[in-house]
Design a protein around this ligand. Structure first.
Ligand code: TRP
Length: 334
């Protein structure tokens, strides 16, 4: 793979990523993955981070991690991230990236980190009795991911905005103290409303309420059949008062490329079971080619590893280059 490393003035460089804590699901697909593919197609230099090292902020590093990483890579490739044009890398394999954390820690204060709403949310979601030091400093680690790439654009969910603001602040403070090294990364927030899981709560990898991209058609059917609805026998689109039914309508519409109102009109008095059959068909139809590709990719883990290693190599080059700029600016080159 021959990648030139363009400056911020060339192709925009885009970084985003996920922790390998479970299979990616429809919320990821519509909220973020399709946007990444779109950015790739429009010529951006897309870099995707498998945030393996960051799984230990709120859990032990399990023996399943290698398989979890492979599955995440397969998820990315199956939806259309193209390793010929994009870079997929594993966080733990890029030492220079992690070396940025020490100078960055010198640029932030503990009270600032304590105020970060995403840190607070994630610590309480993880049921942490006391705040771990890695959880507290997570925004600084994420800033290192972003700034190691000297990324221009970071597509993320709205929940990640406080982290992005921290990365921007660190870039500004570093540049002010040592001279201009980092572009200020811009957040790109997905416009799609966040999808609910089959229990009516936010669709989430760790809540067991999500329809995985790689799930079988049968499992998809069972999950949707079990989805919560309400007592009103006529299907209407009313997101404020009927969130569960409306969520199924949105999901169906996204998969079909129609609108939730249109689907509601067509189902109407035929009720929730007809809606669920329609949703199941729409999801399975939309995911069919992605799942076929996923099965092919999963059958060849050697190829997945090779793709990841090539991405690691490219990211190491880029992070080494960033660290060299940082070292020069900080007068730590002897
Ligand atoms: N914090 C992100 C999440 O939980 C994952 C992540 C880690 C990330 N480093 C990143 C996202 C850098 C964008 C850029 O989903």
């Amino acid at each position: 793979m021959s990648h030139t490393i363009p400056s911020a003035s060339g192709r925009p460089r885009v970084l985003t990523g996920d922790r390998p804590t479970g299979p990616l699901h429809l919320g990821h697909l519509f909220g973020s993955l399709l946007n990444r593919v779109r950015l790739q197609e429009s010529g951006a230099d897309l870099i995707v981070l498998v945030a393996d090292y960051q799984t230990i902020t709120d859990r032990d590093s399990p023996a399943t991690l290698p398989a979890d990483v492979d599955r995440l890579v397969a998820d990315y490739l199956a939806v259309g991230i193209d390793p010929e044009r994009a870079t997929i890398f594993a966080h733990s394999q890029v030492p220079a990236l992690n070396q940025l954390v020490i100078p960055f820690l010198s640029l932030v204060t503990v009270p600032e980190l304590m105020r970060n709403p995403t840190v607070k949310d994630e610590a309480s979601a993880a049921g942490m009795a006391t705040l771990g030091a890695l959880m507290l400093t997570y925004p600084v680690h994420q800033a290192a991911d972003i700034l190691a790439c000297r990324a221009d654009v970071v597509p993320v969910g709205a929940d990640q905005l406080p982290h992005l603001e921290m990365a921007r602040e660190i870039a500004r403070r570093f540049n002010r103290r040592y001279g201009e090294v980092f572009p200020e990364p811009q957040a790109l927030i997905g416009e799609v409303p966040s999808l609910l899981g089959v229990d009516g709560k936010k669709m989430s990898k760790s809540r067991g309420n999500a329809i995985a991209i790689s799930a079988s058609e049968d499992d998809t059917e069972v999950l949707i059949r079990r989805a919560r609805t309400d007592a009103d026998p006529v299907i209407t689109y009313a997101p404020a008062t009927r969130p569960e039914v409306s969520n199924l309508l949105v999901l169906t519409a996204m998969c079909e490329g129609s609108t939730p109102e249109q689907v509601a009109d067509e189902i109407g008095a035929r009720g929730a079971s007809a809606l669920k059959r329609r949703t199941t068909e729409a999801v399975n139809e939309r995911l069919r080619p992605i799942r076929a590709r996923h099965r092919e990719l999963s059958a060849d883990p050697g190829q997945l590893r090779q793709i990841l290693r090539a991405g690691n190599a490219r990211m190491n080059e880029l992070a080494d280059e960033t660290l060299a700029l940082v070292s020069a600016a900080m007068h730590t080159r002897y």
